[in-house]
Design a protein around this ligand. Structure first.
Ligand code: FPP
Length: 228
């Protein structure tokens, strides 16, 4: 992986609505969503993305009906089994963020196994947020950093800053996702429902990011300083 890091994070939203509009059970939307995950991972390196973080299951999602939770856990496990070899072949390194202790033991085991087997991947770092809460991640990092509480140390415990945050399905909120890391993220909200998200949508979001001027609180490089 080059030194230049372009970190895109995605809140994959709209699976349920996609299914309901088709008269299908919500789980069908999650299955179609897994295909969109596959497409997105394939397209990411070609768009210069070196780190991709996907919000697959939030801590809040435990409050969904048990059948849906169980189907999501199974889907995640199946995805890992089916996709790990492809990740290895394509230089994709997989990492999970979030709690592991509440996951079904087989899924936690599969995550560890996929992380070990893909550890040499250098083209794309794929981070799957599962049983994830950003507030809890921040609290955990704060506890660990207490002996040396600097911004750099804290950031190194939390994870890489996000450059571009995408949320699908027209919703416009962070929902406890990467709160610290998104401090300077550009945000792109698209009405597209996640199962319909494709490589063109990702390319459009990246193009939108490239059109934005990131000032990090300073003034524009093109501002005439005599009149500023
Ligand atoms: C939000 O849509 C989506 C989720 C809570 C789950 C995301 C899971 C996947 C995309 C599939 C599996 C993931 C991987 C990594 C293989 P929603 O159900 O809240 O949709 P709604 O707002 O329309 O109800």
């Amino acid at each position: 992986m080059s030194d230049f890091r372009f970190h895109v994070a995605i809140i994959m939203d709209g699976n349920g609505r996609w299914a309901t509009r088709r008269g299908l059970p919500r789980v069908a939307g999650h299955k179609a969503g897994a295909n969109a995950v596959r497409r997105t991972i394939e397209a990411a390196p070609g768009l210069g993305i070196s780190v991709l973080t996907l919000y697959a299951f939030s801590e809040d999602n435990w409050s969904r009906p048990p059948r849906e939770v169980s189907a999501l856990m199974k889907l995640l496990g199946r995805y890992l089994v089916q996709e790990t070899d492809r990740c290895i072949a394509n230089g994709v390194r997989l990492q999970a963020i979030g709690r592991r202790d509440r996951l079904p033991a087989p899924l936690a085991g599969m995550l560890g196994e996929a992380e070990r087997r893909t550890a040499d991947g250098r083209r794309l770092l794929l981070r799957l947020a599962i049983d994830y809460s950003s507030r809890h991640a921040i609290l955990d990092a704060a506890r660990k950093a207490s002996d040396n509480f600097t911004e750099d140390r804290f950031s190194s415990l939390i994870g890489p800053d996000v450059d571009l945050l995408i949320r699908t399905s027209g919703e416009q909120r962070l929902s406890d996702f990467l709160l610290w890391e998104c401090a300077y993220a550009e945000m792109v909200f698209t009405p597209r429902l996640w199962p319909d998200f494709n490589s063109d949508d990702l390319a459009q979001a990246v193009a939108e990011f490239q059109r934005r001027e990131r000032r990090f609180g300073a003034i524009s490089a093109t501002t005439d300083l005599r009149t500023a």
